[in-house]
Design a protein around this ligand. Structure first.
Ligand code: PEP
Ligand code: MG
Length: 567
């Protein structure tokens, strides 16, 4: 039995598929029959083109035309006569093997393109790497994992899953287990939005499991069993059925209000990464979107997304939410979130470095493009904008000023912009929580990002397993920062929400309610369970519970207090 972190609820028993990138070893050998080697190369090139076509076709079921564009770029490159011509010439002139000739071509072209200080050419370098990697694998008989080809119930086992890996997951993938990551790593966030089970940070999982093993993935308790016996399989299947039944029973709450038994109403919203998650929020009774992580738009793109691309994306989400509130977070990139087309500066501690609003205020063109797109989309729904990683009042004022400038320019150009866009901020740096009463004079609302707030308060990297015990949402120090944030908002007539993972934790809901949190934003799949809890609680009792919890010494004491109150 392996232990990891339950990151996205669910239980599944299925065959494992180990996601491993093949290791390509190139040898500098000569060939006796050059013509045969050229023929071998031509066959491998045809297979490469067919493989890319196949991946594109299967991915088309889930990806948008923009997301599919990368495959067209790869097909164009594979069909480029210069590529075939140069590699064949190397085989014929030097008598080397085809894989070696392909590798030499790739190295030369990648060096050439990467040396050019231009985004377009850097992208081409990435395309060449991708296409020639496929070609070399085909020449050497190595298989490249193709997640889109999975056609039976499967659990993926990987070191970690990148956003492009998760984009390829189809309906047969019932869950995944990864070697690294925590509750708030991005693969965990994706699993929640796809509603599949995930156990992350499961050290040793890659060594313990091979493709084809039957595994029981229990993402309620964070355990994995490899090749369990029949009785164990039956027990897990029963657990899965019970979980699904409970999930089904919650559906009666879809259209109900989130109101305590003594009449205190709060808002339960969903976190999304893009339009594809909107349906899940509505289906699960979300009263709005409390966090739209726009970085996925940038991370899934081959270059900085244009104003028009972004406008379409925001409009689609606002329309999809049918007039319900949508809180869009401006670009939160850096830390663990990188872009293919932008080189971040080397830093010792990227999580403490050049990221999010810091980058946007430094490179205002990027920021302005996003704000213009948002303003233009604002007439299609109820838009709120928030800035991530705000540390100082000056940063908020500067960011808000850029927003006002772009809004005014658009209006001067005759473009319609809604006049009720709320502009708020994430509270995810302790400095902002401490000064919440001051920030609330400028911001229309707060959304508490506990994933970062906890890592910065505890000085514990959210990606590190070794210090994951310090991810302590129930630590009184964290509760006091949250209380201070909510008080700061309310004393200025503003509202306070939370979009970090803590908002959806059943054992946190009563305390947060008692502290006066107005909006809880979580994974869509957690909304109904949270509503059931809210409806079972008394606001007056929760206020007392929260006051007790703020006065405890440790997280365990707080949890004991909550459990006693809920018993
Ligand atoms: C947070 O920090 O709590 C948050 C919601 O933002 P992210 O997880 O995207 O950093
Ligand atoms: Mg954050």
């Amino acid at each position: 039995m392996l232990k990891g972190i339950a990151a996205s609820a669910g239980v599944s028993v299925a065959k494992a598929y180990k996601l491993e990138t093949p290791k390509v070893v190139i040898e500098n050998t000569t060939v006796a029959d050059k013509a045969a080697e050229v023929a071998k190369f031509e066959a491998a090139l045809e297979k490469t083109k067919a493989d890319i076509e196949g991946v594109k076709e299967r991915a088309a079921k889930r990806l948008s035309p923009e997301e599919l564009a990368v495959f067209d770029a790869h097909l164009m490159m594979a069909g480029d006569p210069d590529l075939a011509g140069q590699i064949k010439a190397t085989i014929e002139n030097d008598g080397v093997n085809a894989a070696y000739a392909t590798d030499a071509y790739a190295t030369m072209m990648v060096n050439l393109f990467e040396s050019m200080d231009n985004d377009y050419f850097r992208e081409r370098a990435a395309d060449i790497k991708d296409v020639t990697f496929r070609l070399k694998c085909n020449l050497l008989g190595l298989e490249i994992p193709d997640l889109t080809a999975i056609a039976e119930p499967t659990i993926i086992v990987a070191y970690d899953l990148t956003p492009s890996d998760t984009a390829q997951l189809n309906e047969f993938v019932e869950g995944f287990a990864t070697e690294i990551g925590g509750k708030t790593s991005h693969s965990a966030i994706m699993a929640n939005s796809l509603e599949i089970a995930a156990v992350v940070g499961c050290s040793g999982v890659l060594d313990a499991i091979k493709t084809g093993d039957v595994i029981a993935l229990d993402a309620l308790d964070g355990v994995i069993e490899v090749n369990p016996d029949e009785a164990t399989i039956a027990a897990y299947k029963e657990k899965a059925a019970k979980y699904l039944k409970e999930k089904e029973e919650l559906k009666v709450l879809v259209n109900e209000k989130s109101i305590t038994e003594d009449g205190h109403e709060v808002e339960l919203a969903g976190n999304i990464g893009g339009f594809k998650d909107v349906e899940g929020v509505l289906k699960n009774g979300g009263e709005g979107v409390g966090l739209f992580r726009t970085e996925f738009l940038y991370m899934d793109s081959e270059n900085w997304p244009t104003e028009e691309d972004q406008f379409q994306a925001y409009k689609q989400v606002l329309e999809g939410m049918q007039g319900k509130k949508v809180v869009v977070r401006t670009l939160d990139i850096g830390g663990d979130k990188k872009l293919k087309y932008y080189d971040f500066p080397e830093e010792m501690n990227p999580f403490l470095g050049y990221r999010a609003i810091r980058l946007c205020l430094d490179q205002k063109d990027i920021f302005r493009t996003q704000l213009r797109a948002l303003c233009r989309a604002s007439i299609y729904g109820k838009l709120c904008i928030m800035f991530p990683m705000i540390a100082t009042v000056q940063e908020f004022r500067d960011a808000k000023a850029v927003f006002e400038e772009e809004k005014a320019k658009l209006i001067a150009e005759g473009v319609a912009v809604a006049d009720d866009i709320q502009v708020g901020m994430m509270v995810e740096i302790p400095a902002a929580a401490m000064l919440a009463d001051k920030f609330a004079q400028y911001a229309d609302f707060f959304s508490i990002g506990t994933n970062d707030l906890i890592q910065y308060s505890m000085a514990a990297d959210r990606m590190s397993q070794k210090v994951s015990y310090l991810y302590q949402p129930w630590n009184p120090s964290i509760l006091r920062l949250i209380a201070k944030t909510i008080e700061g908002a309310h004393s200025n007539g503003k509202w306070a929400g939370m979009c970090g993972a803590m908002a959806g934790e059943p054992n946190a809901v009563p305390i947060l309610l008692g502290l006066g949190l107005d909006e809880f934003s979580m994974s869509a799949t957690q909304i109904l369970a949270a509503r059931k809890i809210v409806k079972s609680l008394s606001y007056e009792e929760c206020k007392k519970l929260a006051a007790d919890c703020l006065d405890k010494d440790t997280m365990d004491e707080v949890l004991a207090c909550v459990k006693a109150a809920m018993a």
